[in-house]
Design a protein around this ligand. Structure first.
Ligand code: PHE
Length: 450
């Protein structure tokens, strides 16, 4: 396969690749979704399964996605097609690219809705709404907001427009620079929140909820959700990282990069959890309150700390930014394919992909108000159903296929040339992607659905 540059542009260095991939990985999944799904699924045991999935399944598949992308240098759909042909593999493997682009649409559709919530919270915080607020007050601010379709729709639309604009401008213009400063700032603000939580009387209760690995509490459905969360948070299984790998310089270590990305991502999620759960206990809030968890707990902290108006505004601004750097990677697989296939400009392609995702997202925007009684899957509203199918089924399935393809079907000369591992290291990676990762995903599917 060619190792020339991609037509879509290239990251200027390995560092920039890691930054962009970490920007994709770190997002609402870490700060908003991780704490609330951990809360809904009993805490510690869930976190343990999540961590095992990150290290045993996540890093090896991350490695596969990056090297497949770099070997193909195209959109995931065309990268797969090229590698399938080159390796003389069965054409059915092409489903990886197509299913990934579809999953990207589905995730982006609800992702933009939640990112819209965060944007609106930036303004609420700036206008002092959270000053001295108590638990009941924070809950009612949240419920009033998500219960108002006009407000939710406005912010959902604004977020999508910003995303389209940035993606349309291209890979390297400005985005890399912004990620370089804003991600560390987000990290610092999270540390500040952890510091605040550490001074509440319920810090150890919150931390032990997250880290007391009490395995009896775990159901197979909980294991499935922990695995889905691991894929979601690493942006794995749908081609986002494959498309970023396509823009990665040739001579940089892939396994090393994958490990760094996973470590950054995991530490942000754990910090968010450590910041949030003590506040839940200290304020008598509901641990399994679902998608509203972050939006109800953090305003309490900002409302009480000095400088809270500024810190709160900055925090929601940074969360919004983290969401943008993830959203652009959700669009990239489909967009790159449109550019290659239909030769449309990036901006037009972004308008098309973003427009469709925005339209589908209306269902999620309405799930907390006018459509709150409309169930799509049994007991799940539109938003919950989209989230469940894309994160818990499509991403792990996509990841399993990527592992199998990279371990069994692709020409070994390609993987060896890309990974540059010693024979011993290569053998370990091969065992992980040939057997461990697919078997783990398969077992969880079988135990949950049969
Ligand atoms: N990883 C992102 C987050 O945690 C979400 C995402 C999923 C981005 C899949 C791209 C692909 O917020």
């Amino acid at each position: 396969m060619s190792s020339n540059d991609s037509v879509h542009g290239m990251w200027s260095s390995r560092f920039m690749f890691i930054l962009a991939a970490a920007g994709s990985a770190v997002g609402l999944g870490n700060i908003w979704r991780f704490p609330y799904v951990a809360g809904e699924n009993g805490g510690g045991a869930f976190v343990l399964v999540y961590l095992v999935c990150i290290f045993l399944i996540g890093i090896p598949i991350l490695t596969s996605e990056i090297f497949l992308g770099r070997a193909g240098r195209k959109s995931p759909i065309n990268t797969m097609q090229g590698l399938v042909e080159h390796s003389g593999a069965n054409k059915a493997w092409n489903v990886i690219g197509w299913m990934g682009a579809l999953a990207g649409f589905m995730i982006l559709s609800f992702y933009a809705v939640i990112a819209g919530w965060a944007m609106s919270y930036m303004f609420s915080s700036a206008s002092g709404v959270f000053v001295d607020i108590d638990g009941a007050g924070a809950s009612s601010v949240f419920n009033d907001f998500v219960g108002d379709p006009a407000q939710v729709l406005t912010w959902h639309g604004i977020f999508m427009l910003i995303t389209i604009y940035i993606v349309g401008r291209g890979v390297a213009n400005g985005l890399e620079q912004a990620v370089k400063y804003l991600m560390p700032a987000l990290f610092l603000l999270l540390l500040l929140l952890v510091g605040y939580s550490a001074n509440t009387s319920h810090f150890s209760e919150g931390v032990s909820f997250l880290f007391s690995f009490n395995v009896e509490k775990l159901t197979w459905n909980g294991v499935l959700i922990a695995m889905g969360q691991a894929f979601f948070t690493l942006s794995l299984g749908m081609g986002a990282i494959m498309s970023y790998g396509a823009y990665m310089p040739k001579d940089s270590s892939i396994v090393g990069s994958a490990t760094i990305i996973a470590l950054i991502d995991t530490s942000v999620a754990l910090l968010a959890g450590i910041a949030i759960f003590p506040l839940v206990f200290a304020n008598g809030l509901e641990i399994s309150s679902g998608p509203g968890l972050m939006f109800v707990t953090l305003p309490l902290a900002f409302g009480q700390m000095s400088g809270g108006v500024i810190f709160g505004t900055m925090f929601f601004l940074l969360v919004t930014f983290a969401a943008i750097t993830s959203a652009i990677s959700l669009i990239e697989p489909a967009l790159a394919w449109l550019v290659e296939h239909l030769h449309v400009s990036r901006l037009r392609g972004a308008i098309l992909v973003g427009g469709v995702a925005w339209f589908v997202g209306l269902g999620s925007a309405f799930s907390t108000n006018i459509w709150s009684d409309v169930m799509v899957l049994p007991g799940m509203d539109f938003f919950t159903s989209m989230d469940y199918v894309s994160n818990n089924i499509m991403l792990p399935l996509g990841g399993m296929l990527i592992a199998l393809f990279s371990g069994w079907a692709v020409d070994k000369s390609v993987s060896q040339d890309q990974l540059q591992l010693s024979p011993g290291q290569f053998a370990i990676w091969e065992i992980l992607v040939r057997f461990i990762a697919p078997l783990a995903v398969g077992t969880v599917f079988v135990m949950t659905f049969i």
